[in-house]
Design a protein. Structure first.
Length: 236
């Protein structure tokens, strides 16, 4: 569970499976915060049947028309083991092609987690990188992420592949279906859930207030089968 959370905090835009993408989904998109604007994201995540709770925030500031920088922090309250502190995390997202909204787009994201702590014990710093693609169609927008987490403590690196289909259902609402897969790049290390399917609803506007709820199911999770993420975001 702990390694899975570290991967998710490192690989996807602000956080992956326990966090918020720029559109508040587990799978990130190629959009970046406009230059001079700041986006604030806050979330809480609860798991079952083993009870844990993750809470955190991310601030993203637009550096240019196609790049933004991020500062994030998360904390895990674990009912069956040590609590964990993740961060502070810093990141940079750069859109290589497209506008991230109305045409096919491609972006890259880099993230560095400084001195994550578990139960008061410091780990080596972790790194993450993600390639993010978005492809709008008349029916829905298709998102694809390919990421890798470079994890310290002699734990093998992890690779993430994630897909989402996002469909507007009203002028200020969308629904999404997602699938993600994690693969360990080498032997050893604690087990991680390999697959996740999820469904989400997001209400609001990208440049105003937005609210989200997403439910994820981990069919091969050993201790966690379900988790629910509630999020709120605003741009100012």
């Amino acid at each position: 569970m702990m390694t899975f959370v570290r991967l998710c905090l490192l690989v996807c835009i602000p956080t992956c499976a326990f966090g918020l993408g720029s559109n508040q989904l587990y799978t990130g998109d190629a959009w970046t915060v406009p230059a001079g604007k700041t986006q604030a994201l806050m979330f809480t995540d609860h798991t079952r049947p083993v009870r844990t709770r993750l809470g955190g925030f991310a601030l993203r500031h637009g550096l240019s028309s196609n790049a933004d920088a991020k500062l994030a922090y998360s904390y895990l309250w674990n009912a069956s083991g040590p609590n964990a502190e993740f961060g502070p995390n810093v990141g940079l997202k750069y859109r290589i092609a497209g506008n991230g909204l109305t045409n096919p787009s491609l972006a890259a994201s880099l993230q560095y987690a400084a001195s994550p702590r578990t139960g008061g014990r410091s780990h080596k710093s972790d790194y993450g990188a993600t390639l993010i693609g978005s492809y709008p169609t008349p029916f829905a927008e298709i998102l694809a992420n390919f990421g890798r987490a470079f994890i310290g403590d002699d734990v093998p690196d992890l690779r993430l592949v994630s897909f989402a289909v996002v469909r507007p259902v009203a002028s200020h609402a969308l629904v999404a279906a997602e699938y993600s897969s994690i693969q360990r790049l080498g032997p050893g290390g604690p087990p991680v859930p390999r697959h996740q399917i999820a469904a989400a609803v997001v209400y609001g506007s990208r440049l105003g207030w937005s609210y989200s709820v997403e439910v994820g199911y981990l069919p091969d999770g050993e201790r966690v089968k379900w988790h629910t993420t509630l999020g709120v975001g605003t741009v100012f």
